[in-house]
Design a protein around this ligand. Structure first.
Ligand SMILES: Nc1nc2c(ncn2[C@@H]2O[C@H](COP(=O)(O)O[C@H]3[C@@H](O)[C@H](n4cnc5c(=O)[nH]c(N)nc54)O[C@@H]3COP(=O)(O)O)[C@@H](O)[C@H]2O)c(=O)[nH]1
Length: 597
């Protein structure tokens, strides 16, 4: 009998059995075979055609935890999980009916039951042998616990995002395909929700990537906690997440889930002593109502997400066919805008800012204009949001800064010393090293910093006041002035406002729109003016279109205004002509505030 020579004798085993085994061993094995059998790293198990164990090497005894004596002459069943016993008996009979060899790796879910009842994952190769003139099966048994663990780990890694532990894009797509097919087949609704964090880049830029990573982990946790266990939550990359609801009652239900997710996301996050407000936008597409397969659902949810972001009201948006046209437009504008940045088509126009008392031009606001050879003139309200969404706003903003400084220099050379205000987009404002960049551009064009004003919106300043204060202070240190645009729309905190190095508040044009009829707006404008006087800030009222509005501003002692009443944004030559005309007109047109050298 091929039993192990090294096994300790079990005191409970009758001596005659042990003697029998040792006798058989001497008969069957020469010394070389014995050494190989004992030293084999895999377990070796010999089973006769009745399913009785007739041999086991030391490696198998170690693997199973049995002693040799407690294993030999016992049915193979004791090494099998209970659920496998019946079928295994039949397989054994088939094996003996059609004996064959089987290498390792053919069956991947085999388990062995140890003496202590635990199941060990194993791989088994089969060979044929002869035992007492009959056939026997020789099983080579390998413990694959580590290999299986590693395989499982690799399988998990291939399907999940390392940072958040959520499903990854590949895994989501598999689930989405299944969910879409099931929804179409059974006539229920599946929904895909795509979520994008608002201004996550700002969090990374301001607080660093470790904080950004923690934000993503908390977002993942909140999403997971908000939906059911059957729903799939995935991170698609960066700050993009997806939630698949394989079964909802109707599309409005999917929108309700999206509302809940936005609510969960909106709760302040506390990370490393920081309190962060993290908002997001969600686009929703439903199967089969909006699309009938996974790829189309992805595309539609993405379009809806873009619409939600553009809307900016922290409300989920559902796909609608019209959004496809919007997407086409975005792609077209992006392409043409890149073309304009490379080959031309961009220009700055300048809208005068005027002293209310004497009509003198005290400065101008640079406003970007774009005329495309194929699309014609495109208003900023159409292309700036696209540039913001695609990141093109950074090269565009750079172009504007250079062009404004080039024009400033040209005017100075002509003896015209005009303050030029340039709009900074939120992404530009968050760029590290902005102050140094502005200094370089000013120096490059030989322009005095005092001639340049930078405008940021009130809400830009109030979103992250600490960062805003740091950046604005650095800019002010360079000698440029700062204006708060759209003032009155961004929920300013007085405490914050007091600390910002801002020279000018620009009253948003919506407050001027219904003046003088709307008394509430009138009160608000007076309020801003009183506040500005207290804080010693200058003011420009925007969007002045008629003499009644100007008259109101005069009565409120508003220092300056800007609007179509005086002039729209003009090309530089038209502005220069207008200014020299005004200067020549002298007292009738009001003294010019710009200084001619
Ligand atoms: N980041 C950058 N943003 C820019 C730049 N250039 C423009 N913009 C932003 O685009 C938005 C729309 O700009 P635009 O169409 O140029 O409109 C400006 C004025 O033309 C308009 N305006 C001026 N006077 C009146 C008026 O009497 N009535 C009225 N209804 N509109 C008027 O107001 C816009 C100026 O807005 P603001 O910047 O808030 O002062 C706009 O948000 C621009 O900021 C750029 O270079 N970079």
């Amino acid at each position: 009998m091929p039993a192990s020579a090294n096994s300790a004798h079990d005191p409970g085993i009758p001596a005659f059995l042990i003697e029998q085994a040792e006798h058989a061993l001497q008969q069957e094995f020469g010394p070389l075979e014995r050494a190989v059998f004992d030293a084999a790293p895999d377990g070796i198990l010999v089973v006769d055609r009745q399913g009785i164990i007739v041999g086991a090497n030391p490696a198998l005894l170690r693997l199973t935890g049995y002693t040799e004596a407690s294993l030999l002459e016992r049915p193979l069943d004791i090494l099998l999980p209970e659920s496998a016993r019946g079928s295994h008996g039949r397989r054994l009979q088939q094996f003996f009916a059609h004996p064959h060899e089987r290498p390792m790796g053919r069956i991947d879910d085999l388990t062995l039951r140890r003496a202590d009842g635990c199941l060990v994952p194993v791989d088994i190769a089969l060979g044929l042998g002869t035992w007492r003139d009959g056939p026997c099966v020789v099983a080579f048994v390998r413990d694959v616990t580590e290999t299986r663990r590693l395989t499982e780990r690799l399988r998990h890694l291939a399907a999940h995002d390392v940072l958040t532990g959520l499903a990854n894009r590949g895994h989501l797509m598999l689930q989405l395909r299944e969910a879409a097919a099931a929804a179409v087949r059974h006539g229920h609704t599946a929904a895909l929700l795509l979520l994008d964090l608002d201004d996550f880049k700002g969090i990374n830029d301001t607080h660093g990537h470790p904080v950004g990573d923690r934000v993503l982990q908390q977002v993942a946790q909140r999403l997971r906690e908000t939906v059911r266990t059957d729903d799939v939550v995935a991170r698609l990359g960066g700050d993009e997440f997806a939630v698949l609801l394989p079964r909802v009652d109707s599309p409005p239900d999917a929108l309700r889930v999206a509302d809940k997710l936005l609510l969960a996301l909106g709760r302040p996050m506390h990370i490393d002593g920081l309190q962060l407000a993290v908002g997001g936008s969600i686009g929703v597409a439903c199967c089969p109502q909006d699309a009938r397969d996974a790829d189309a659902l992805m595309r539609d949810a993405d379009l809806a997400l873009y619409a939600a972001k553009a809307d900016g009201r922290q409300q989920p948006a559902r796909y609608a066919p019209a959004l496809s046209h919007a997407m086409d437009e975005r792609a077209r504008l992006t392409d043409r805008l890149q073309h304009a940045l490379r080959y031309g088509g961009l220009a700055l126009h300048y809208q005068p800012q005027v002293d209310v008392r004497n009509g003198a031009v005290v400065g101008v606001e640079a406003l970007l204009r774009w005329t495309d050879p194929e699309l014609g003139a495109i208003p900023p309200a159409r292309f700036i949001p696209v540039a913001e969404a695609t990141g093109l706003i950074l090269p565009l903003g750079d172009w504007v800064l250079h062009e404004a400084c080039r024009q400033l220099r040209a005017w100075v050379d002509q003896g015209l010393h005009l303050r030029v205000a340039v709009n900074l987009s939120p992404q530009q404002f968050r760029q590290p090293g902005l102050a140094a960049q502005v200094r370089d551009v000013l120096q490059g064009h030989g322009v005095a910093p005092a001639l340049l004003e930078l405008e940021i919106t009130e809400s830009q300043a109030m979103t992250d006041p600490t960062q805003a204060r740091r950046t604005l202070t650095a800019l002010a240190d360079e000698g440029v002035t700062i204006a708060l645009d759209d003032f009155g729309t961004g929920h300013s905190s007085l405490a914050v406002l007091k600390q910002l190095p801002v020279q000018r508040l620009k009253i948003d044009r919506t407050f001027l729109q219904h003046i003088p009829e709307d008394t509430t707006d009138g009160v608000l404008v007076r309020g801003v003016l009183a506040l500005a006087r207290t804080l010693r800030r200058d003011v420009v009222a925007e969007g002045v279109e008629n003499p009644a509005q100007l008259d109101f501003l005069r009565r409120c002692r508003c220092p300056a205004y800007q609007g179509w009443l005086f002039a729209p944004a003009l090309p530089p030559e038209a502005l220069a002509a207008r200014l020299s005309g005004e200067a020549a007109g002298g007292a009738a047109a009001g003294a010019m505030g710009c200084h001619s050298a």
